[in-house]
Design a protein around this ligand. Structure first.
Ligand code: SF4
Ligand code: SF4
Length: 397
């Protein structure tokens, strides 16, 4: 538990990561920088500093965006270190709200009927236009539907596969993707089947465990990784259409015995589909459609270093991708961060909206559900925010 000494020793305190860190850029404060956080982690490991509320605040203020990891010449594994530090803090500082957060991401998000019920409740409030009790982002969240008795699910084998499939794909159902973004799953399935793959969504799978790992619920994250490692055995590819989930699946070697097998077969849907387009196994739109703004999710750009794939998909859909942020700063969503560090999340969200508004475009693509919720909440109803795979599927359809 906690970052390992080898991980801590990776940092040579050069400070090259500082200008890439959103919380350092907002505050100019070393304690809100990657280097400051690593120095604090090291001081906790040696016992020089107590694991107290000040330390907890430093760790909590980090977005987990991993921009520092991408900028670091020493290849710091900052994401894993922060997850270790938060797991240690959960032991040292077991606050009520922390417990509640870990219960939510470690247990409740896996209870499909509960999520379906909550979604339906929000959907009813939206239909009745009684939304003032809801957080702003949920008032206009897309895909929330009225009451359903049974949860919507993509689990199972899907039809329309050719007699000789190009390979088998296990699609990660995810926690909120099934309920809140079913159109993204539909587009992913449609595109993969068009390329000749047999698409399954194995029944025994659970939430990938990314949110649990980020919140320091290490035992829950390990349990989910173990179950998914068994559920995904035997498939040629494991595909996720949520960047935060694909990033976490690629790190399963850290979370479950045999998890390296999952890591080796996992691809984010954007990289998989971009390869299929490049190989000529998926088509390109025949005529231009216009332009869309591109927002890079941190867990695609920084954690997986994938930037060209979503742009290639947008081009194949007949659109011109328009850049909004050369630095790829976090939009402020960052899982539950947008709830418990609300003010900072709002500041970062507003910055992103200004960048999008400056393009004059009314359509934005982003490949992660958290970013989509954050952008929708800030942009309002005059904009379309969608996953690049939806844009591509829409164009082909
Ligand atoms: S994390 Fe990397 S870039 Fe940042 S101070 Fe340490 S060695 Fe330098
Ligand atoms: S993960 Fe993001 S917010 Fe946290 S230290 Fe690194 S760059 Fe800063």
């Amino acid at each position: 538990m906690g970052p390992t000494q080898a991980q801590l020793d990776t940092c040579v305190t050069c400070g090259l990561c500082l200008p890439h860190c959103p919380t350092f850029r907002l505050t100019g404060d070393e304690v809100a920088s990657p280097r400051g956080r690593i120095v604090a982690m090291a001081a906790i490991a040696t016992g020089e500093l107590p694991s107290d509320e000040t330390y907890a605040g430093m760790m909590s203020f980090c977005l987990g965006c991993r921009a520092c990891e991408a900028a670091c010449p020493s290849l710091i594994p900052f994401g894993l270190m922060m997850e270790g530090a938060r797991e240690q803090l959960a032991e040292d500082q077991p606050s009520f709200t922390g417990r509640l957060r870990r219960l939510l991401v470690g247990r409740l998000l896996n209870v499909k009927w509960l999520l379906a019920l909550a979604t339906s409740g929000i959907g009813i409030l939206q239909k009745l236009r009684i939304t003032r009790f809801l957080p702003r982002k949920l008032r206009i969240a897309r895909g929330l539907r009225p009451l359903r008795v049974f949860p919507h699910t993509v689990v199972g084998v899907h039809d329309n596969t050719p007699a000789e499939p190009a390979g088998s794909v296990a699609l990660l159902a995810g926690c909120i993707m099934d309920e809140w973004f079913p159109a993204v799953h539909d587009a992913t399935r449609g595109v993969l089947q068009m390329a000749g793959f047999q698409v399954h969504s194995p029944e025994r799978q659970q939430c990938c465990g990314a949110l649990a790992a980020h919140e320091g619920a290490g035992d829950a994250a390990r349990r989910m990784a173990k179950q998914n490692t068994a559920a995904f055995a035997g498939y040629d590819y494991i595909i996720s259409d949520a960047a935060g989930c694909s990033a976490h699946l690629k790190e399963y070697a850290e979370w479950a015995e045999g998890g390296e097998s999952v890591a080796g077969r996992t691809k984010d849907v954007t990289e998989f589909v971009a390869e299929l387009i490049a190989d000529g196994r998926l088509p390109r739109a025949e005529k231009p459609n216009g332009a869309v703004a591109i927002q890079d999710p941190c867990h695609l750009r920084h954690a997986q270093r994938i930037t060209s794939a979503p742009r290639e998909i947008v081009r194949a859909a007949g659109y011109t991708p328009v850049e909004i942020d050369p630095d790829g700063l976090c939009c402020g969503a960052a899982g539950l961060y947008m709830v418990y560090e609300h003010e900072t999340a709002e500041q970062l969200g507003e910055q992103k909206v200004e960048q999008i508004a400056a393009t004059g475009l009314d359509t934005v693509v982003t490949a992660n559900p958290g970013c989509e919720i954050q952008l929708r909440g800030h942009l309002g109803n005059g904009y379309r925010v969608l996953h690049p795979i939806e844009l591509y599927w829409e164009s082909l359809s």
